[in-house]
Design a protein. Structure first.
Length: 557
């Protein structure tokens, strides 16, 4: 039986009893003819406070034109977004991960409230991508996710720079290796316009993962936010969603276990952000796919690292676009029989069929051949051990050390650790421990890019390790373990570590341990008492009461 393109909206606007609803729609410009067509939500997170989503209102207009030309009636919806980069190192950073749930909730509420038949969800910065995908998956109406694009790199002293350079410049400045004038010049150059962070940080990681999972059209993510071609990408997405609607293809049909494995392979093969672990587990929970933290290690271990991207490598997202984009990476991974080629995408074609369209730019060096990978295995590693019984996440996409043992330097919050770094109080060999920053303890699981970048900028990146029950930016590099679970707020072993305890990282054996006897840890546990929550009322308190641990995706449902 053919799929009804107006499978939901007819109950909202058809018939004499719906005259009042139609009257409201007429007041904002919709005609009777408009309301006889499928109603398509065009959701985005435009906000006037950051570059990541700044082009989304303009891009939405192109998407909406494509929908109109293909026979639908688009309706614009928007929700919030929080800039990780701007809020980094402040109390505001706690709002970022929480916003993922609010974005998903907003899209779900509008989708149900207005009985939309289909949806295009335009996404940009870090939490909007998983939040948008989660909302679409809950609605389970024909639709797709469209990335609004990466920022172009800036130019400083004759070479490309990104926001990562600014964060590391703060550490260089604190160490006396960069002047006030140089830091100001760098900050003025690094972000030249609209778009999300330029390298394979969280936004670009998640955007390309959405393509490999089939929820975004292949080759749509790598074109930049300010690239004129992005307008065509938006228009084509509008036309495509009407085709998806005619076919009756649903997100939950696309989001299979094999699709999630393809998404993990995309992140692992490009040195992508550790945040992909949190976000894919959260998305899997929405659609009932079994996915656990150790699956990421297993898939990464059998996937070669062939994308040479910053922060561990050399290139940015726009270099990938010029090299051949996501179809080129898919083609490489299919060549080695890594990808599940029969995973269906929103275009109606399998990922193998999409990869057949790959065009490699002659001489490109961004996506390496399988015969010459950067590493034989991918960049995502899961550690366990006495400090992380339920796991933690570490990225080894660059040339990180495979082991480290040193004394613990314990900090109860990120600000205290940052102060110690900037005051040159961290020594070579130390293990920085930042706790009470988990999903519940923060609440909100702040990213630690300020601290990790300052360590690198201060020249400690190769000799200091760090672990936290918080999380990291995709721009973080070095021997840094995040998502340590259970978190301190739940009495995890990280809560029991004391200044000077010996901590060891053993990546080959997937271990993170504190060299303290079980008897001593048991004694400390008897003395431990939970900290008072940082918030008693409002959204932060509500989130802390509802949120699960990082090992299950920090979900609230």
């Amino acid at each position: 039986m053919a799929f009804d393109p107006r499978h939901r909206s007819h109950t909202l606007v058809d018939g004499p009893d719906r005259a009042a609803a139609r009257s409201y729609f007429h007041s904002v410009g919709y005609s009777n003819e408009d309301l006889r067509k499928p109603l398509v939500m065009v959701a985005h997170e435009w906000i006037g406070t950051m570059p990541c989503n700044f082009n989304q209102r303009a891009l939405a207009q192109r998407v909406m034109q494509g929908i109109r030309d293909a026979g639908g009636t688009p309706m614009e919806v928007n929700t919030v977004s929080i800039s990780d980069g701007i809020s980094m190192g402040t109390e505001g950073m706690k709002a970022s991960l929480i916003s993922r749930e609010l974005i998903a909730d907003s899209i779900e509420l509008c989708g149900v409230g207005y009985s939309f038949d289909a949806a295009v969800v335009i996404v940009g910065c870090d939490k909007t991508i998983p939040g948008g995908a989660m909302g679409l998956a809950r609605l389970n109406i024909p639709g797709l996710v469209l990335y609004s694009g990466s920022i172009a790199p800036g130019t400083y002293q004759g070479h490309d720079v990104t926001i990562q350079d600014v964060f590391e410049g703060i550490g260089q400045h604190a160490a006396g290796d960069m002047s006030d004038e140089e830091l100001e010049q760098l900050e003025n150059a690094a972000c030249p316009g609209a778009g999300a962070c330029g390298a394979q940080f969280t936004a670009n990681t998640m955007a390309t993962v959405m393509e490999f999972m089939g929820l975004s059209p292949m080759a749509s993510a790598t074109s930049g936010a300010t690239d004129p071609h992005k307008e065509d990408v938006g228009y084509d997405a509008g036309k495509l969603v009407m085709d998806v609607l005619q076919r009756g293809q649903l997100p939950q049909e696309i989001l299979t276990r094999e699709a999630f494995e393809n998404g993990i392979m995309c992140a692992a093969s490009t040195g992508g952000s550790t945040n992909v672990v949190l976000h894919l587990m959260a998305l899997a929970a929405e659609v009932g796919v079994e996915l656990n933290i150790d699956d990421f290690d297993e898939v990464s271990e059998r996937t070669p690292l062939i994308g040479d991207f910053r922060p561990g490598g050399q290139y940015v997202a726009l270099d990938w676009d010029r090299a051949g984009g996501t179809p080129l990476l898919a083609s490489r991974l299919l060549e080695g029989n890594y990808l599940h080629g029969d995973v269906m995408t929103v275009t109606g074609k399998t990922i193998a069929e999409e990869a057949e369209q790959a065009v490699e730019t002659p001489g490109q060096v961004v996506i390496r051949p399988l015969s010459d990978p950067l590493k034989e295995t991918g960049g995502l590693v899961i550690l366990h051990g006495s400090l992380a019984p339920e796991g933690c996440v570490i990225k080894v996409a660059g040339h990180e050390r495979m082991d480290h043992t040193g004394p613990a330097r314990v900090f109860e919050r990120e600000e205290d650790a940052m102060e110690a770094v900037l005051a040159s109080q961290i020594n070579h060999g130390d293990v920085v421990v930042i706790r009470n920053e988990g999903p519940k303890g923060g609440p909100g699981m702040r990213e630690m890019l300020g601290v990790t970048a300052a360590l690198v900028g201060a020249g400690l990146g190769e000799t200091v390790a760090l672990l936290t029950d918080g999380r990291f930016s995709g721009a973080t590099r070095g021997l840094m373990a995040g998502h340590v679970a259970p978190e301190a707020a739940d009495g995890g072993p990280i809560a029991l570590v004391r200044e000077g305890d010996t901590i060891s990282f053993d990546i080959p054996n997937r271990q993170l341990n504190v060299e303290v006897s079980d008897e001593e840890l048991a004694r400390r546990r008897e003395e431990w008492t939970p900290r008072e929550p940082n918030y008693d009322t409002g959204v932060f308190a509500k989130y802390a009461r509802l949120v699960s641990g990082a090992e299950t995706g920090a979900i609230t449902s």
